[in-house]
Design a protein around this ligand. Sequence first.
Ligand code: CUA
Length: 313
Amino acid sequence: MSPVEFSGSRFMPFAATDIAHSVDVLYAFLMIASFISCVLVIGGLIVFAMKYRRRSENDKTPYISHNTTAEFLWSFIPFVIFMVAFVWGWKVYYDLRKFPADSLEVTVVAKKWAWDFIYKNGRRVSKEFYVPVDQPVKMVMTSEDVLHSFYVPAFRNKQDVIPGRYTRLWFKAHTEGSYNIFCTEYCGDQHSGMLAKVHVVSREKYDEWLAAEPYKGLTQAQIGQKLYQGVCIACHSLDGTKMTGPTFKGIWGREEKIVGVGPIVVDENYLRESIVNPAAKIVEGYPAGVMPAFPHLSEEEILGLIEFMKTVK
Ligand code: CUA
């Protein structure tokens, strides 16, 4: 099932949690109440303007001091509607912020322009993560650089992610599927591309995924290739095409001109530094500060990437 599919409603994305549904119902109430009020106010304005318009020079405006019944009604009815909206909204918000004690905790680290998800067992993944269905999940979130905002439309839940501080959000998805995650705080020129996915799967599938060794049976270069296809491919070509970053074609042993340093020959240490701390050495003709750092890659993964780059000739 695609999370962008509108299921059951022409106006709302699929609601994958109970709270998402209660948000939709409250939202529908507010929309309908606003629409009816708008019709009554604007309709009344038009009807009265026509009915009581001045018809001749001799028309006199009648003197009306007040009408207690009308004044009471036009105050009391809106008061009741506003109180309903207040109490109802407070209840939904309270549910959104009341963290169940038995939550699965996942840490989120945001940075320009990617989401990382860290599990208690040390598993760290980028771009997509897995949670079991019908399980309360608590996201503990922070940012490495600027303000971001973690937003899952299918959960109707959004929370700012702030450097130097932890913010939280929780959800309990009742339907298996893959749901989009957006960044909803402008955080730089690739803000709109700061996407991720949450996969809601069965408990068995989740346990299997969490325990899986992602690189079992792969050679070093195959590990690198797998990582390349997941991340690097967006900016580094294999066929010599100039993209956001230098091509990997023939990169091993190539002489690169480094801004402020001069020519260097690409070796293991240069590649390692460029993965872990890309800002350290910028190749001439390429923008600085575009590539995010990948300090969380294991040595196995970094070596895999280096071995893979050696094979791209
Ligand atoms: Cu991160 Cu916008």
